[in-house]
Design a protein around this ligand. Structure first.
Ligand code: 13P
Ligand code: SF4
Length: 398
């Protein structure tokens, strides 16, 4: 059984921000969201002991019975994932929400954009709850909707929007999923990006891919697109400057890449992979890593792919893994017949995933058991309509 370690009880309740290389603690009441505001949770939850939290979550879940389901993304910490009825990558969890309408409450242990996708795809009578609203995604925030709309306007003015399919990575705001839905575009995840890009090329000559430049580039390379055909749109440039692209870049471009990235995955390097290979390891990485890193690795894929690859490998296998540390540690624990280690010796957890602490889970589940829905993620109806079009297109492609 997984328990919350004693020091965790106090030290981890505040949010931890770990963007790029620095780690800092933030008082609970001042949590800075990568997008959303989290109300203070009742003080009593801050002083509960680890065992007490576990017991209370279990008791509340029993009271709720089949009315509540807990979904957990692979990056969730052990003391959360132990409560997940379904574990998965962002695609699997979105598909689950689209296909199961039994539970009234879907408690989503993951980050905000994932909970939004579940709200869009689930049935109208279901309510999606995110234990900590401040659990956002810094990469998703690199595509501010206003910047994307401005980019599209520039493409229209340049006369090329008509022959461009907008593709948003799942890691994006619901309003952007709605935008692509309304403009003939689609959503993708790391598990289906090549198929989605192929679909886009069957519609039009070019794609605008946001927010993750690395996933876009790695996917384009897999489809044989050259780097010259994948220019970078720098959204920090002023309106009218074509994101720093020349007319020739635009004309030649097959995949216009947005200048976003994931700070966790950008840390994995070619040198780390070479030293892992020297240790006799095979290497699997997430496609949010830089192109050079993905090319040096033996294979790459979504978190679900990484889980399958390591789990299905023969006993005695040695794996260097380039993804978030909670997943790597779990794989090491669940595969005692193999050697599994994180490529980066100075590991950095996804600070926003980490914000889903058992105390928050306890609070939302106990509230549900008492008939109060707190932290519900609700995508407005006008966004929902088009965002669902974009998500349904994705689900049809795969
Ligand atoms: P997956 O779709 O592979 O689960 O990835 C989500 C994510 O945020 C990776 O950083
Ligand atoms: Fe976002 Fe990176 Fe965290 Fe994934 S690992 S949720 S992309 S910040």
């Amino acid at each position: 059984m997984v328990t919350i370690s004693a020091p965790d009880r106090i030290a981890i309740l505040p949010g931890i921000a770990c963007e790029s290389d620095s780690i800092e603690t933030v008082p609970l009441s001042e949590e800075r969201s990568f997008g959303f505001w989290q109300q203070d949770i009742p003080q009593e939850y801050g002083s509960l002991g680890a065992e007490e939290i576990i017991e209370r979550i279990r008791a509340a879940r029993e009271r709720l019975g089949q009315r509540c389901i807990v979904l957990g993304h692979h990056y969730q910490r052990e003391d959360i994932i132990q409560f997940a009825d379904v574990k998965g990558d962002s695609f699997k969890l979105a598909l689950w929400a689209a296909e199961h309408d039994e539970a009234q409450y879907i408690v989503f242990c993951g980050v905000h954009f994932m909970a939004e996708a579940a709200d869009i795809l689930s049935a109208p009578h279901q309510q999606v709850v995110l234990p900590n609203m401040a659990a956002g995604c810094s990469m998703a925030d690199m595509a501010d909707p206003e910047d994307v709309y401005a980019c599209w306007e520039e493409l229209e003015q340049a006369g090329i929007a008509e022959e461009t399919v907008p593709i948003t990575y799942m890691n994006s705001a619901a309003s952007l999923k709605a935008f692509v839905g309304e403009h003939g575009g689609v959503v993708c995840t790391s598990s289906n990006a090549p198929k989605v890009l192929e679909w886009a090329f069957a519609q039009k000559r070019r794609a605008l891919f946001f927010p993750d430049q690395h996933l876009g580039r790695n996917t384009g390379i897999k489809l044989g697109i050259s780097l010259q055909e994948m220019p970078l749109w720098d959204y920090t440039r002023p309106f009218g400057s074509l994101g720093g692209m020349s007319d020739a870049d635009l004309e030649r471009g097959r995949v216009l890449l947005w200048k976003g990235h994931c700070s966790v995955h950008q840390r994995f390097t070619v040198d780390q992979i070479r030293s892992a290979h020297e240790r006799g390891a095979k290497v699997v990485v997430h496609p949010e890593c830089r192109m050079e890193t993905v090319q040096e690795a033996d294979c790459d894929g979504s978190t679900e792919f990484i889980v399958r690859t390591v789990t299905d490998s023969p006993p005695g296998s040695v794996w260097g893994v380039g993804t978030e540390i909670n997943l790597v540690s779990r794989l090491a624990k669940e595969n005692p017949d193999k050697t599994v280690f994180c490529l980066d010796p100075v590991v950095c957890p996804c600070s926003t995933m980490y914000r889903v602490h058992p105390a928050y889970l306890c609070w939302v589940i106990e509230s549900l058991a008492e008939g109060r829905v707190v932290n519900q993620v609700v995508v407005p109806d006008d966004e929902k309509r088009w965002a669902k079009v974009a998500l349904d297109r994705m689900l049809e492609i795969v």
